[in-house]
Design a protein around this ligand. Structure first.
Ligand SMILES: Cc1cc2nc3c(=O)[nH]c(=O)nc-3n(C[C@H](O)[C@H](O)[C@H](O)COP(=O)(O)OP(=O)(O)OC[C@H]3O[C@@H](n4cnc5c(N)ncnc54)[C@H](O)[C@@H]3O)c2cc1C
Length: 380
């Protein structure tokens, strides 16, 4: 798919920013696992954190294709972790736009449009991962508030977030119909960051266990009707998946580029290793996989941006996430192979790309869950 001039110009602008601000620190973040707070202002200054906030609320109102492009370009600069900062608040914004009251939108969207406030989404629990309907976190009504108690696991940005969308069971209706969503201000007493998780990769972006202890939320902060929270979450997650797949495309590109440069320089048997057909075919296969993944991501984004039927959008969203999640594992592992023993060493970033890329097939719905969704859509 060829980009139009506006998307192409946006792509080049993000790539230039990422080359200046992301590439130089990507390795250091892997080693220190610190979040570079100054980058929030850089990203927000370009409208990147707040991409999804509509213009009527002061945001750039970017389409989903732009979001996918931004994430690919930041990841291609060498950091799949920081790629998550592009469109950082999109899931929260989409949940509000899809199901939030006018009052909630008026209160929070202009703040999110500033791009400097980090958000998170808290669904997963120790006993509820792929099947979030099993969640045990409970919200009970108390006068004009809801009081939430429970534990949330693996929450990306949890320790930095100013706002969170928290999912909790509000009644005993079985499965997902008893679940509601709340917009939580994390400065509220009862939001407790219990642990910083020590991840295999994607260092630089925090991941936390969050305890919810008698967390009091005003009743008007419920997103949508009581018992509709699950639907709001699923819709927002479906729409976010092609952007996660975009991170995989960018990460795979960085591994490909590094391996190609290495293979040009490295000689064995009296010739640059790039001349061996066994390696040339690897590059051909990697490039084909990357291109195929990107086309799936972009056609999914187009399906959302042009209002394609819901079943088509959901199918493409899961296909993009599934394919890109497996593609990035294949490409980063193959790139490592091309570097031989050097690929296994931390002197080169390829082992990091492999660790970072491994996450794509796990979070926001595992590859197995994406296969379940694709099968449901194509076997109707
Ligand atoms: C780094 C990271 C960041 C994350 N960020 C967030 C976040 O910000 N917010 C949040 O709420 N959550 C977050 N998560 C949680 C993530 O979404 C879950 O880890 C994921 O959905 C899987 O749940 P689980 O880990 O409990 O695995 P489980 O659900 O226990 O799955 C274990 C295995 O069983 C398979 N499986 C389960 N059910 C089925 C089925 N029906 N059919 C076939 N196979 C199945 C799975 O695919 C997997 O292979 C994050 C996770 C990680 C690792």
């Amino acid at each position: 798919m060829i980009l139009d001039d506006d998307h192409q110009a946006f792509r080049e602008a993000v790539a230039a920013m990422a080359a200046d601000h992301v590439a130089p620190i990507a390795d250091e973040l892997d080693k220190t696992d610190r979040f570079p707070k100054q980058l929030i202002d850089v990203f927000a200054g370009m409208g990147l954190v707040q991409l999804a906030v509509p213009e009527e609320y002061g945001g750039p109102g970017a389409d989903l294709l732009s979001h996918c492009i931004a994430r690919e370009e930041v990841a291609a600069a060498g950091s799949m972790a920081l790629a998550q900062l592009a469109g950082q608040n999109s899931i929260v914004v989409r949940a509000l736009m899809d199901s939030g009251s006018d009052e909630l939108k008026q209160r929070f969207l202009p703040l999110l449009a500033e791009g400097t406030r980090i958000t998170c989404i808290a669904i997963t629990e120790p006993e509820a991962g792929s099947d979030p309907a099993l969640m045990r976190t409970r919200a009970r009504r108390d006068g004009s508030s809801w009081v939430i108690n429970g534990r949330k696991s693996f929450i990306t940005w949890g320790s930095l977030a100013e706002y969170a969308v928290v999912f909790a069971r509000t009644n005993d209706t079985p499965r997902s119909r008893g679940i509601s969503a709340f917009l939580v201000e994390t400065a509220t007493p009862g939001w407790v960051v219990d642990r910083h998780n020590d991840k295999m990769g994607q260092h630089g972006v925090p991941n936390n266990e969050i305890l919810l202890e008698d967390l009091r939320v005003p009743a008007e902060n419920m997103i949508g009707e009581e018992g509709q929270g699950f639907r709001a979450a699923m819709e927002a997650l479906h729409q976010n998946r092609p952007t996660v797949a975009g991170i995989a495309v960018g990460g795979a590109r960085s591994a490909f580029d590094y391996a190609r440069a290495y293979a040009r320089e490295r000689s064995q048997g009296g010739r640059p290793i790039l001349e061996y057909q066994g390696l040339r075919w690897k590059f051909a296969d990697m490039a084909t996989q990357i291109e195929a993944a990107r086309n799936l991501v972009w056609s999914c984004a187009r399906a959302y941006d042009t209002g394609a039927p819901a079943s088509e959008r959901v199918k493409l969203s899961s296909m993009a996430k599934l394919f890109a999640g497996e593609m990035v594992q294949y490409v980063t592992s193959t790139a490592l192979q091309i570097l031989g023993g050097h690929g296994y060493m931390k002197d080169h970033p390829v082992e990091r790309f492999m660790r970072d890329g491994r996450l794509i097939g796990i979070y926001e719905g595992t590859s197995e869950i994406q296969r379940n969704i694709v099968a449901r859509e194509v076997l109707r």
